[in-house]
Design a protein around this ligand. Sequence first.
Ligand code: PMV
Length: 353
Amino acid sequence: MTQPKVAQSGVGRAEACANIALAKYWGKSPRGDNLTAVPSLSLTLDGLRTRTEVRFSDDLIADAASLDGRSVTGRPMERVCALLDRVRATSGERRRAVVTSFNDFPTAAGLASSASGFAALALAATRAAGAQSSRESLSALARQSSASAARSLFGGFVELGAEVESAAPVAPADHWDLAMLVAVIEAGPKPVASTGGMVHTAATSPLYDAWVADAPRLFGEVKRAVLDRNFALLSEAMEQSTLTMHATMLAARPPILYLRGATLDCLEELRRWRNDGSELAFTMDAGPNVKVLTPRVQADALAARLADLPGVTRVIRCEPGPEARLLSTEGELATASVLPSDPLRHQGTGEAP
Ligand code: PMV
């Protein structure tokens, strides 16, 4: 999709939703440029949104960024600058920028904030630089910063092929009446960042080659299950995808262990609920939290049960979400700090969102 031609105002604002992979990627291609070694397929999630403003200005000698009012520094800031440098390299814009970003979900809850964050940044920065860009090239731009962010440019079910530059839509958000429940088990920064974890896994896990060889089959099954709305096949394939990914990391030396006791207790309960007739499918990313996909009609009941489990601090209920979009006013950016009113969304801990 081509963005409309814009005047070079120096300001761009955009919103993007996080996504959760149903078929996981774990591993970078030896070709570099942050291309992935395996294909992945995700669901973009409404309810986990980042809104970002990029403002290029003559008054700045360096780029600056804040997230939820806090200054961004260190490695995260280097990644923001690298994306802005790529935009400057391909547009007439030469000035430095101030980036202001808000998440409407807890950044430290182990959720995929880099996906929504870099997708929103790619769209806002490109707009601010007055550059024209197709959605595919915005996705490729986001991918260079965070491969999962490539998928957040699109809504609904989205694929990112192995060694492919940009993500592509598989089915729209309204294709299937599903909900995703995020059971937050532990908030806080990841013990091992995903890129470092992938490099370490590839270098030391004897299971890594088998994972890379088998991931396309899992991806194919997940894709077929999504297109056919076949929940039984989807749950088998997506659970095998996440468990194979975690098994591969566990076999690294030293091992990478993101899961906690409460994660496994939660999986045990899910197995019981499934035996009692609930339709559900779980997945975990680079953290201990469990994400549960379920038909929308069962979501409220399942969310309440999940929230009661010991070790689950809150449950965030998400629906399939839309593609990343431009925001037209400053007011739309500011609403990002407002909490959603749905009580199921932020339960328990009293932690600021
Ligand atoms: O691209 P990153 O650095 O956000 O890594 C994402 C890795 C997983 O979330 C574990 C899997 C995936 O496909 O999103």
